[in-house]
Ligand binder design. Structure first.
Ligand SMILES: [Zn+2]
Length: 67
């Protein structure tokens, strides 16, 4: 799941980021069905929550920045 960068109301920029959920036992991605059931269908074990968050540092041109 990728969340696009956006500018918040207070003017701060939230960087684009990507969340990634995988089974801690076998390393396979946890899909929506497995997420709902709590059991990894790849290894049959309950997957442990193991989140990765990858921050994409964006270099958005500061357009609209006028003096
Ligand atoms: Zn697994």
């Amino acid at each position: 799941m990728i969340v696009e960068a956006k500018t918040l109301k207070d003017g701060t920029v939230a960087n684009k980021y990507e969340t990634h959920l995988e089974c801690d036992n076998c390393g396979m991605n946890v899909d929506a069905e497995e997420y709902a059931s709590g059991t990894c269908s790849d290894c049959g074990e309950p997957w442990n929550e193991k989140r990765h968050m990858i921050i994409h540092v964006t270099s958005i041109p500061m357009s609209g920045q006028s003096s």
